[in-house]
Design a protein around this ligand. Structure first.
Ligand SMILES: [Zn+2]
Length: 212
């Protein structure tokens, strides 16, 4: 029989034993009244960049969708399954989310895959290569603009620019564009530096990142 991971069993026990009464009350309240999160986060699946942890968020605070390389694809209605787009639609149109944060991070394996020309030739990266190819044009722009930069510098530049590209893609969704125009929705880009545990935010005007 497949054994359920022990650290999850232990962790959930600690969660039950140590969760303060106020938080348990909050869960009850959220169960009765439903959720009303103020922020939708598009984060990376990376285990080091958990939005709940980084922002010390409470239950009910954040509506989170995570994928490889925290990418928002452009608005398309063709094709079969759109995980990110359905989260955006539900969060913005049905939960009344007022802020969307695209949250990238340092050392992103998905962004590294975009940069590596071998990725699309590998059978074991079939889904990853198709998914991250959304950022191919952004990668090409980085390579064009930084011919003399080191590989690490190019990777970091792509990690940052991909966040801004996702913000651009967000605006291709008609309901996002409409809510932003009405002043009911704000879009933000964030970058978590894992080593220093610091957060950097994209300036909407300059697209440069400043430390929070
Ligand atoms: Zn990542």
């Amino acid at each position: 029989m497949t054994k359920f991971p022990q650290f999850l069993i232990d962790g959930h026990q600690r969660f039950k034993d140590t969760t303060p009464k106020e938080t348990k009350d909050k869960y009850e309240q959220l169960a009765d009244q439903g959720q009303k999160p103020g922020v939708l986060v598009v984060g990376c699946s990376d285990s080091r960049a958990d939005p709940i942890t980084i922002f010390h968020a409470e239950p009910g605070d954040l509506f989170v969708v995570r994928n490889v390389a925290n990418i928002v694809p452009p608005y398309v209605t063709t094709g079969a399954h759109h995980g990110v787009s359905s989260a955006l639609e539900f969060g913005i149109l049905h939960l009344g989310i007022e802020h969307v944060l695209v949250l990238g991070h340092a050392g992103c394996g998905g962004i590294k895959a975009v940069m590596d020309p071998e990725t699309e030739k590998r059978d074991d990266l079939l889904f990853v290569s198709t998914w991250v190819s959304i950022m191919s044009e952004t990668r090409d722009a980085v390579l064009k603009d930084m011919p003399d930069a080191t590989e690490d510098e190019k990777l970091k530049a792509l990690e940052l620019r991909a966040i801004n590209s996702s913000l651009t893609n967000l605006m291709t969704f008609p309901f996002v564009k409409e809510k932003v125009a009405e002043g009911k929705l704000s879009l933000h880009g964030g970058y978590f530096d894992v080593r220093s545990a610091s957060m950097f935010i994209s300036d909407p005007e300059t697209k440069e990142f400043y430390k929070l």
